[in-house]
Design a protein around this ligand. Structure first.
Ligand SMILES: Nc1nc2c(c(=O)[nH]1)N[C@H]1C(S)=C(S)[C@@H](COP(=O)(O)O)O[C@H]1N2
Ligand SMILES: [Mo]
Length: 408
């Protein structure tokens, strides 16, 4: 039955006709001294508005600080380069970043592989001798675009900046599976577990980051130790991170300690309860999990952040991604979606899991404009409207992502 859910179908009808009703599924009262929502959420001093210590190396001016567990990249800072530099990459922590002390010697970091013919534990240095590849993927939080929902879903009010395009270097998961004699049994999922240090007072069962994705994801997945040419920073899940190309951020488990091929989805809270795309007012594990990312694009320049635009020739620039397929085309509208024209892709094509930059050149006279972009991957294109859902996940509607500019 759960096999039928391996496709995240963002079609409204499909998800509203989901199985069993939810009445009666009340959160079982369990006594934990502090809640997960609060454990890692210290309000920042608004006077200094500085970056939290664990990412004090990042570029403050490129970032919007929602909290010390949610830091977003400014719209205008994305797309200025195809690859997002580490100093600008967003942060989303369900659990606090591990410290150097907790990590210890990086070379000795261990990851165990289970659900294979010969289960093994590898150290980082053993993995590095096993195989080597580099790939560009998009890391995007499931809640990117949540800030556009009108019902004020709980969580960071991300607009466009909980996303980045990153070069990862590591070993293909397929190479690791082969080194373990292949997958054993009739598993359905690949389940990755983080070994995040759980703050005292939290129930580990609720705090553990474990994510199951359809087994087939292993074919393109990798265990990464480098991010844009440097060892994966602690804040981004170093020394070792799971990369699940085309799948939402949460599946890219940081501080990776175990990968198992399993017949069941993990039973932890972050799999069963959280990251489910359910109608407003409903929740439960029968709703689709945040897995495959849908096709999406947005304009990065000009925006209201980049100042007034001079009448004449105007370049409209943005990024477009295809989700699990290659992005095929992008159209731009300067009249709020009444008419559309084809934009041009620029820069290198880094593969189907990376985004492409696009440019649309036009002539604008003074006045107010609503500019929008609409991407297609050949199979799906962006819808006009967001798909309303309880937690504000998977937003790819073009209208909310459009920008209003004034030309003088
Ligand atoms: N171990 C672990 N992995 C994790 C998380 C976490 O808190 N702990 N957060 C997830 C979420 S919700 C997202 S969006 C991405 C964020 O990655 P980043 O902070 O490197 O941008 O990591 C995912 N993997
Ligand atoms: Mo996320």
């Amino acid at each position: 039955m759960s096999k039928n859910k391996t496709k995240l179908n963002l079609n409204r009808r499909n998800f509203l006709t989901g199985t069993a009703a939810l009445a009666g599924v009340a959160a079982t009262a369990s006594v934990v001294p502090i809640s997960i929502a609060n454990a890692n959420h210290t309000p920042l001093n608004e006077n200094t508005k500085g970056l939290p210590d664990f990412i004090n190396w990042k570029d403050r001016s490129a970032l919007i600080v929602h909290s010390n567990k949610g830091i977003e990249t400014h719209r205008s800072a994305i797309g200025e380069s195809l690859i997002t530099p580490n100093r600008n990459v967003y942060i989303r922590n369900n659990m606090p970043t591990m410290t150097d002390d907790q990590i210890g010697n990086r070379k000795n970091w261990k990851v165990s592989i289970e659900g294979v013919k010969n289960p093994k534990t590898f150290t980082l240095s053993q993995l590095q001798k096993l195989g080597h590849t580099t790939m560009a993927t998009i890391l995007q939080c499931s809640g990117n675009g949540r800030g556009f929902f009108k019902h004020k879903p709980r969580g960071s009010q991300w607009k466009t900046g909980a996303a980045a395009c990153i070069f990862w270097t590591g070993v293909p998961m397929k190479t690791v599976v082969d080194a373990c004699g292949g997958i054993s049994g009739d598993s359905v999922y690949m389940t990755s577990e983080g070994v995040d240090h759980v703050p005292t007072g939290l129930d580990p069962k609720k705090a553990m980051i474990a994510r199951s994705v359809p087994k087939k994801v292993y074919k393109d997945a990798m265990l990464a130790w480098e991010m844009n040419g440097v060892p994966v920073p602690n804040a981004h899940g170093g020394p070792l991170r799971m990369i699940t190309p085309g799948y939402f951020g949460i599946n890219n488990v940081k501080h990776l300690g175990k990968v198992a091929f399993t017949s069941q989805e993990s039973s932890v809270k972050y799999m069963k309860k959280s990251y489910r795309i359910s109608p407003i007012g409903k929740k439960g594990s029968q709703y689709p999990s945040c897995w495959e990312m849908p096709v999406k694009s947005w304009i990065t320049r000009p925006t209201d952040e980049t100042g007034t635009v001079k009448a004449g020739k105007v370049q409209i620039v943005g990024v477009a991604m295809g989700g699990t397929r290659k992005v095929k085309s992008v159209k731009v509208s300067v009249d709020g979606g009444s008419s559309w024209k084809k934009a041009k892709f620029i820069g290198p094509d880094l593969g189907k899991y990376a985004w492409r930059q696009f440019v649309f050149e036009t002539t604008l006279s003074s006045g107010k404009y609503n500019i929008a972009s609409l991407a297609s991957n050949g199979k799906d294109k962006q819808p006009e409207l967001r798909m309303e859902n309880r937690r504000g996940y998977a937003h790819n509607g073009w209208k909310d992502h459009s920008v209003n500019i004034t030309v003088v």
